[in-house]
Design a protein around this ligand. Structure first.
Ligand code: ATP
Ligand code: MG
Length: 561
């Protein structure tokens, strides 16, 4: 589990290739399928996370590349944990990621009547029976990896008796858990999934779509493959944990009068460091208030990444670079962050903002005077144009851009040293004002009026350039800096996973000063020298709120290899 996958190994601009795409190509060439149909089958019991994005990119991606279709199918067979709001949120997330299912929206619950008829068909053919064992007893009878299972005392029930009981289960005559319908396969099978797996359970709960029509619900194993067959799925792509279920998938398809013969292929799931990719755990984080919601920008959910400012193209690119394999690995969060940086570097306008402000006063700049300077929107792409940046005698600069008695290699402000103010002037620090504790509260400087625009007037060089914001023109904002949600790379490996939460995952800077062009920012921007920042969904004029999407470079210590 700990070998680290290196996405660079797969980096390529050519059409992606992997064992699944090879298989699909072969199936098309051999005439096995005229057109391919895939599906993305979320269970509507939570929001999607970046692991689901891998499955989405694969299923929609291959459909697109091979001229096929990809269905969006809600696998809504467990009403206890499902909710309409998740159905809407999942559709939003898939669309935002850049994929479109067209008219191909399906619900497993639409197949309930057909699935019931097929369950009856199995009973009639001696391939399923109603069992009265409790869940605990069933586990005991099932045996272990080394011990074969034992037949339930009800295994010999006649078809007529099972059919009658099954109908009464449906009618709500029995308590939850009192009976189940099981396939009759092989209690001694080496594959435990074939030891008479449960096909239906009693759950006297209302369903978001079928209301109180059903008191029994099919299991994943019974609903999934048959729904694939109904929809004409040709390649049912799922994660490796379903590999051991494939014999059951095939057994059901072989023994039922289904209209098509889908096949299941498994690939490895995405595991990402310093976070968790499990809806159960993510919903626990939300319910227990460890985060502010599914869309908390620290969450690895699609909605969290979106709120944080991550472009969908970066997510697709990240997934594409990882490739599709059968080997389980752990991907470092820094690979995702690097991909996000690459994308934002191309697209994000440059702006200036000061997150830890200290005042800088230019003593020889005329009092009350201001001017507008031109700032390039993207210094590496002049076609991005310029904006006006107001300048005056009083500025905010970053507190750590000043140092007392700085060593020679410190390229920023210290008494006697000259630096460039980005797009503005050369300034020399002449003095500082300190409070009673000796903390610097103000920097005093002089400027060279001949250096307007930040150009050297006489060829003399300065070693550093710092960003700034005019005090008189600054807009105030709250800025939220994020770090890993979990301090441990693999939460839960050494201790309870919740104990691995990073107590420093959120740092709030409540009084930051930004250049006025940021007052109406509507997308991700780069704050020069600091990182990429996105206006939060709750940001409003007069109450600006920015999320740091990602810093400019990874300043964290390298993980031990
Ligand atoms: P979770 O473990 O987060 O609860 P799940 O598998 O129960 O996920 P589903 O809604 O059933 O969630 O998943 C929909 C599809 O997404 C399935 O085909 C599943 O295999 C796939 N999927 C889920 N997690 C990952 C992951 N980490 N990497 C790749 N695919 C995933
Ligand atoms: Mg699942």
């Amino acid at each position: 589990m700990t070998d680290t996958q290196n996405p660079d190994d797969n980096e390529t601009d050519a059409a992606p290739r992997d064992f699944i795409r090879d298989r699909i190509s072969a199936d098309i060439e051999s005439g096995q399928h005229a057109a391919i149909v895939t599906r993305f089958p979320p269970e509507p019991n939570g929001h999607l996370h970046i692991g689901h994005a891998k499955s989405i990119c694969l299923n929609f991606g291959v459909a697109d590349e091979f001229g096929g279709t990809c269905n969006l199918r809600f696998d809504d067979t467990n009403p206890a944990r499902e909710d309409e709001s998740y159905i809407r949120a999942i559709q939003d997330d898939v669309r935002w990621l850049g994929f479109d299912w067209g008219d191909n929206l399906f619900y497993a619950s639409d197949n309930f009547e057909q699935l019931y008829a097929w369950a009856q068909h199995l009973i009639e053919n001696g391939l399923a029976y109603v069992d009265d064992l409790s869940a605990d007893e069933m586990r005991e009878y099932r045996g272990t990896l080394t011990e074969p299972g034992r037949p339930s005392p009800h295994r010999g029930r006649t078809a007529a008796e099972s059919l009658d009981l099954f109908a009464r289960m449906r009618a709500g005559e029995f308590e939850d858990g009192a009976k189940v319908l099981r396939a009759k396969i092989d209690m001694a099978s080496g594959n435990i999934n074939l030891r008479d797996p449960v096909l239906y359970r009693i759950l006297r709960a209302d369903h978001p779509r079928t209301g109180d029509a059903w008191r029994i619900y099919p299991t994943y194993d019974f609903a999934h493959g048959q729904s694939d067959a109904i929809e004409g799925i040709t390649h049912s792509l799922c994660t490796l944990e379903f590999e051991d279920h494939r014999p059951l998938y095939d057994w059901l398809i072989d023994n039922l009068p289904v209209p098509a013969r889908p096949r299941q292929y498994e690939f490895s799931r995405l595991n990402l460091g310093h976070t968790v990719l499990s809806k159960r755990r993510l919903s626990q984080l939300v319910e227990e208030g460890h985060v502010t919601g599914w869309d908390d920008p620290r969450m690895p959910t699609v909605t969290g990444l979106r709120r944080r400012g991550v472009p969908p193209e970066a997510i697709r690119d990240f997934i594409g670079r990882l490739g599709i394999t059968k080997s389980d690995g752990l991907v470092e969060m820094s690979y995702l962050e690097n991909t996000i940086r690459e994308h934002l570097n191309q697209t994000a306008p440059r702006r200036m903002g000061v997150l830890d402000p200290i005042k800088l006063v230019i003593e020889n700049y005329p009092e009350g005077e201001t001017e507008e300077l031109d700032g390039l929107n993207n210094p590496t792409d002049e076609s991005a144009g310029t904006r006006k940046i107001p300048f005056g005698r009083e500025l905010y600069v970053e507190r750590d851009d000043y140092m007392d008695d700085a060593p020679n290699k410190f390229r920023r402000l210290t008494i006697g040293r000259e630096v460039r103010l980005r797009f503005a002037y050369f300034v020399t620090c002449t003095d500082v004002i300190k409070d009673a504790e000796g903390n610097v509260t103000e920097l005093r400087c002089t400027y060279d009026p001949e250096s307007r625009g930040g150009d050297s007037p006489d060829g003399r060089k300065v070693r550093g350039t710092i960003h700034w914001v005019s005090v008189a023109h600054a807009v105030t904002a709250e800025v939220r800096l994020y770090d890993h949600l979990f301090a441990a790379e693999e939460p839960g490996k050494e201790r309870d996973w919740l104990e691995d939460l990073n107590p420093a995952s959120l740092e709030v800077r409540d009084t930051c000063f930004l250049e006025p062009a940021l007052a109406d920012a509507d997308g991700v921007v780069q704050f020069e020298r600091l990182g990429y920042f996105a206006p939060d969904t709750n940001s409003a004029p007069g109450a600006l709120l920015f999320n740091r999407t990602v810093s400019l470079r990874d300043s964290r210590p390298k993980a031990k290899g």
